[in-house]
Ligand binder design. Structure first.
Ligand code: ADP
Ligand code: CA
Length: 505
């Protein structure tokens, strides 16, 4: 039997000696299986880390900017998972409170709280109900309330109590209503513009901040020189970088207060006359005002006039207007190596600046946001000399108060920037007149909220493994690769089995 079987044509098929090779034992297949398993594990792991943002939940915050001229309610939103990253918070909605600023309610404090109702109701609708209770609400009052506090502290407290009471009546998380300092107003404005420009986590330069309100104005930037006065220096650490800022807020140098100051100075020189001839107003402008409406401010000593009323007449002379505005800056003394005005230290301006609030409203209305300094002056001179009649005909939909004051306001802006802050025709182009960056308004409110909610950490937070786009591409390529490997493995398996079967046959 042994002999006969040794003579067969197919010795492999010999009984007892046939061995079908199992393809899974081959090292290549083991390797492929290992790669596939590892690939799947890596994909699952990355998915767990990266999947979170796909299920974004938004959080919200509300800040009320109680300015001297009016109050605005800002609603911010940000993805809950990414709250410590720069550029994540955006403005969802704004609401302008009807009527004047809260400081105008000094004789009727209850009215201040009541005035907020409409906008706060709107906030309730804009923010999903299940988020209401965890949405912080802050009210920050600026220079109008600083002035009221100087004039009548009790009245200012009553107004603040009234707005606090009103805000506590909503389902949000009330966090306080207070007068913020000029330093805070400057520093938070700077944080806002640099947060929105995503300058804070990069080693690139920062943007200085120029804010012009009705009652005060702020300048904030990173200076090249040492800051000689303690009051003007602010240091903070954001996302792992140290910032040394220069900031100053000039109370009474908002555009509405400066208008009063310069009119008051002109009235002083015409004590007995009941006519104020004003080069900062258009020719043909003629308005009867009360003397009290000019002197009703703690920014100026009241001057006794012969009459209660006066006629405010426009002359439309830009260069005379600038001469009169220069008088509100005291440059006769400086206890430091250099000053802006009124004996306030200021290092030389450096880098790019964002100029917002009334800087923007005024320069944008006059189409002066991108001219040279000389060009701006020339256009302004022509603008101021335009007859008032023509102005009202050309701009029937513009508020008359604003329209009548643009010549004055723009002349003040130019004088403040050039004579006050010492911008020159060379670095004029570094001033960007801006309203918004992306969806969000430039102003102190966003920076204030980021700070109060600890959303800008001192040290840089962890970043996701890779950007979202990169992650999707990576996952796609990786899936394709795994598919390819599976296909290869399958083809290899088929071939090996076929060879084995052939071998058996
Ligand atoms: N469209 C506009 N045109 C001109 N000025 C404007 C416009 N909108 C607002 N303003 C002015 O901007 C200034 C805003 O100041 P505000 O923030 O109320 O005061 P402050 O910051 O000093 O407390 C006011 O002088 C207001 O009249
Ligand atoms: Ca303001």
């Amino acid at each position: 039997m042994n002999q006969s079987s040794s003579q067969t044509a197919f010795p492999q098929a010999e009984e007892g000696k046939v061995k079908v090779k199992n393809p899974w034992y081959r090292p290549v297949v083991i390797f492929l299986a290992a790669v596939i398993t590892m690939g799947i594990i890596i994909m699952v792991a990355i998915s767990v880390v990266q999947y979170k943002p796909l299920h974004q939940k938004y959080k919200y915050g509300i800040v009320l900017d109680a300015g001297s001229s009016h109050t605005s309610v800002f609603i911010y939103e940000w993805p809950a998972e990414k709250e410590n990253n720069t550029g994540m918070v955006r403005q969802k909605h704004t609401c302008n409170v009807k009527g004047k600023g809260i400081s105008s309610y000094s004789n009727n404090p209850k009215g201040a709280g009541a005035s907020l109702q409409e906008c706060m109701q709107e906030a309730k609708q804009k923010i999903p109900t299940h988020r209401h209770h965890e949405t912080p609400v802050y009210l920050g009052a600026t220079a109008g309330m600083r002035l009221l506090k100087m004039e009548n502290e009790e009245a200012s407290e009553n107004v603040l109590d009234s707005v606090a009471h009103s805000l506590k009546g909503y389902p949000f998380s009330y966090q306080g209503a207070r007068i913020i300092t000029g330093q805070e107003e400057g520093a938070f404005g700077w944080i806002t513009v640099n947060y929105l420009s995503e300058n804070l986590r990069k080693p690139t330069g920062t943007l200085g901040a120029l804010d012009l309100g009705g009652a005060s104005t702020q300048i904030t930037f990173v200076p090249q020189q040492e800051i000689e006065s303690h009051d003007n220096s602010i240091n903070f650490r954001l996302y792992g970088n140290d910032y040394h800022l220069y900031t100053h807020s000039f109370l009474c140098y908002g555009k509405d207060q400066v208008l009063k100051l310069s009119m008051g100075k002109k009235l002083e020189s015409t004590l007995k006359d009941d006519v104020l001839r004003d080069p900062c107003f258009h020719p043909g402008f003629n308005f009867t005002r009360t003397v009290q409406s000019v002197f009703n401010t703690p920014c100026m000593k009241e001057v006794k006039m012969a009459n209660e009323n006066f006629f405010h007449l426009g002359l439309g002379d830009w260069s005379q207007c600038q001469q009169s505005i220069r008088k509100v800056f005291n440059t006769s003394f400086c206890p430091y190596s250099r000053c802006s005005f009124n004996g306030v230290f200021q290092p030389s301006v450096d880098g790019d600046f964002g100029a917002f609030s009334a800087f923007f409203f005024v320069m944008d209305f006059l189409n002066l946001t991108s001219d040279t300094l000389a060009g701006t002056k020339q256009k302004l001179a022509t603008y101021c000399s335009t007859p008032w009649k023509k102005m009202t005909e050309n701009h029937p939909n513009t508020k008359e108060k604003y329209l009548s004051e643009y010549c004055f306001s723009a002349t003040y802006i130019l004088t403040l920037l050039e004579d006050g802050y010492k911008f020159t025709s060379d670095n004029w182009k570094d001033i960007r007149f801006i309203k918004k960056i992306g969806d969000s308004d430039a102003g102190w409110t966003l920076g204030y909220m980021l700070n109060m909610t600890n959303m800008i950490p001192a040290e840089a937070p962890d970043t996701p493994l890779m950007p979202y786009g990169g992650y999707v591409t990576f996952m796609l390529l990786f899936s394709l690769l795994i598919l390819l490997l599976l296909l290869l493995a399958y083809m290899y398996f088929r071939r090996s089995t076929r060879t084995a079967q052939k071998d058996i046959i």
